[in-house]
Design a protein around this ligand. Structure first.
Ligand code: CTP
Ligand code: CA
Length: 224
């Protein structure tokens, strides 16, 4: 029994994870999206499930595959759908990890027919999407809440602001400094900053290894 507990330190724990991009429709055939592959979130989900957690993986469009019975995949497309799915499960989970690259803006209206080209300039009016992570932080009770941050300047300061603004317990700052890190890559270089602003810079490593580091933070939290 002790052996099983040691090998499956997340047994009985429920974890909500967001992954992938969101697609915000412009008309029936076009959208605003981004290059997120979803890999980081799927790797975190797999590691958590391997260690015994029950995972709800809320994912935007991604080619990544789910290959573990401990992962329930909830597929969504737009930020609003991702928001609703997250709030459906949030009250039942112990941990939430927001790895999705959610679109910050969406078209104010979705054209019902394909927009035809014309000889004039064309522009789309955008409005903000809901900040899913901040909305989870705002209704947080006992959940351990982890967010990501992608910054290109004043990285640490901006990440600390996100911890406070979104009521996070831990933020995973993506370093774009490194050629091997980021979107559409298999590697990542991250810095962990916790709510007490303790900073831990990690080496460039595979996303599987980064996922393992993140899940180790969760295990440390449960053992504290
Ligand atoms: N996030 C979210 N919902 C949004 C936007 C972001 O849940 N509408 C989450 C992301 O999943 C990530 C964190 O918030 O965990 C930070 O995302 P990021 O794009 O770095 O920050 P933003 O708050 O969107 O601010 P900005 O893009 O202006 O830096
Ligand atoms: Ca953003």
């Amino acid at each position: 029994e002790a052996d099983i507990v040691n090998k499956l330190p997340l047994r009985g724990k429920r974890i909500l994870i967001t992954a992938g991009p969101t697609y915000e429709a412009i008309d029936p055939v076009r959208f605003i999206g981004n290059h997120s592959s979803g890999k980081m979130g799927y790797d975190i989900a797999l590691r958590a499930a391997q260690l015994g957690a029950s995972v709800v993986l809320v994912s935007g469009p991604s080619h990544c595959k789910v290959n573990h019975s401990g992962i329930q995949l909830v597929s969504v497309v737009a930020a609003q759908e991702m928001y609703e799915a997250c709030h459906t499960y949030y009250s039942q989970v112990d941990v939430a990890i927001a790895a999705a690259a959610v679109a910050d803006y969406k078209p104010k209206t979705i054209a019902s027919q394909k927009i035809k080209k014309s000889d004039t300039e064309f522009s789309i009016e955008l409005e903000k999407t809901k900040d899913i992570l901040a909305s989870l932080g705002a209704v947080k009770t006992t959940q351990f809440l982890i967010g990501f941050a992608l910054e290109t300047e004043n990285e640490i300061e901006n990440a600390k602001l996100k911890i406070q603004k979104k009521n996070l317990d831990l933020i995973v700052l993506n370093s774009l400094q490194d050629e091997g890190a980021g979107f559409q890559k298999d590697t990542n270089k991250v810095t962990f900053i916790d709510k007490n602003f303790t900073i831990e810079s990690m080496e460039l490593k595979s996303k599987e290894a980064v996922a393992n580091d993140i899940i180790n933070k969760v295990i440390t939290y449960f053992n504290a």
